[in-house]
Design a protein around this ligand. Sequence first.
Ligand SMILES: Nc1ncnc2c1ncn2[C@@H]1O[C@H](COP(=O)(O)OP(=O)(O)OP(=O)(O)O)[C@@H](O)[C@H]1O
Ligand SMILES: [Mg+2]
Length: 433
Amino acid sequence: MVAVIFRFIFLLILAVIVFGVGKSFLNEQAGLGMALAIVAIPLAYSYINLARLRKYIEQGEIENLPSTSGKWEDVLYRLQRFLRIQRQQLNDIEAQHDRFIQAFQASPNGIVMLDDRDQIEWCNAIAENFFGLNFKRDALQQINYLIRRPEFVRYLSQRNFDEPLLIEQMGKAGNLTLMLQLFPFSENRHLLFAQDITDLRKTEAMRRDFVANVSHEMRTPLTVMMGFLETVLSLDLDETQRTRYLEMMQLQAKRMQSLVEDLLTLANLEANIQPPALQAIDMPAVMALLKNDAEALSQGKHRLEFISDAQHDLLGNQKELLSAFSNLVSNAVHYTPEGGKIKASWDVNENGQGIFSVEDSGPGISAEHLPRLTERFYRVDRSRSRETGGTGLGLAIVKHIANRHQAQLNIASVPGKGSLFSVQLPNERVAAI
Ligand SMILES: Nc1ncnc2c1ncn2[C@@H]1O[C@H](COP(=O)(O)OP(=O)(O)OP(=O)(O)O)[C@@H](O)[C@H]1O
Ligand SMILES: [Mg+2]
């Protein structure tokens, strides 16, 4: 500021001197003209630069600095530097803001930001999907006009958000169960947080079903055994009758034992997430073992055919695969009536995949049961299955073992004609001998 005043005074003094000199050497008017020119030239230069400055600011192109000189150049250069810093700071803030938005978008949960009047300030794509919102359309709309479920409207109006709220039948298809909660932030604003707990609820339901099923399966043989025990204890039985009751009790005990064993097998398979090692399994030998078991089970009541490709080994865990294959073979024997045909084979298809299959000419399974066969305890015909002693865990175990070997269990069946169960193993689990 002082420098500016000095410059101004210097200019005035210069003008006065020029006036004096002009007046003494020429005349008064000439002196005045020269003095005015001394003042007007820098003034005009300043006006030109002011106009340049104005254009520069209006253009908004920071790098396009007008060329000037002297003090003006210095001022414009400083202005440019200031604007550059400002722009950098703005870019940084915008980038940070974008990252926040991206983080919220990446969240698997629905997030809605509400202002102090419960109007939508922002929401992520998941929330749009959960609540049927469209941010562009619904921005600044009251949330309770858009989520109109009575339980939510009540939750919002009560203004007590200590506990989450559970809402069912949400999402576009109405098949989601959501747990949502509001969290206060900033001045009177709220973050609506929604979590999809559909799978969690399904798992909980499955766990409850599982416990109920196990208890039910155990209770039946236990009740029968208790009945026999009471008979043996309370009645005066002869040796033959006593043995008969004890044998029937033994049968029930075996049922319980096999149930517990199957449950343990399943638990072990589930606990072991490591895929089985690529150990070569001698398939012709396995097929021979399976055939022996099938003959023992069938007792000559079925026509059995066992075929094995001797050129290829299967790579995996022999104990597990033998158990899976023998489950399929024993099912075929169990469910195929006398006189039926059972054909088991190990083969490699044109794509190099290993196929173990068991085909029977039994009663077949109607289509509605097929997707559920591998569920634990699922039986097509509960009463008939009881007679054959099945608990409905066999195929669940087969599927687990197949999954562990990256294999697929395929079931094709035509009621009245028969069934084909096949395990399709990937190329990596087949080795040419
Ligand atoms: N080859 C088949 N032919 C007809 N139905 C079958 C055949 N294999 C399985 N099923 C049906 O699928 C159901 C499920 O089979 P799964 O092997 O899982 O259980 P299970 O044989 O009843 O009992 P478990 O094998 O645990 O002793 C059976 O109850 C039966 O109804
Ligand atoms: Mg079975």
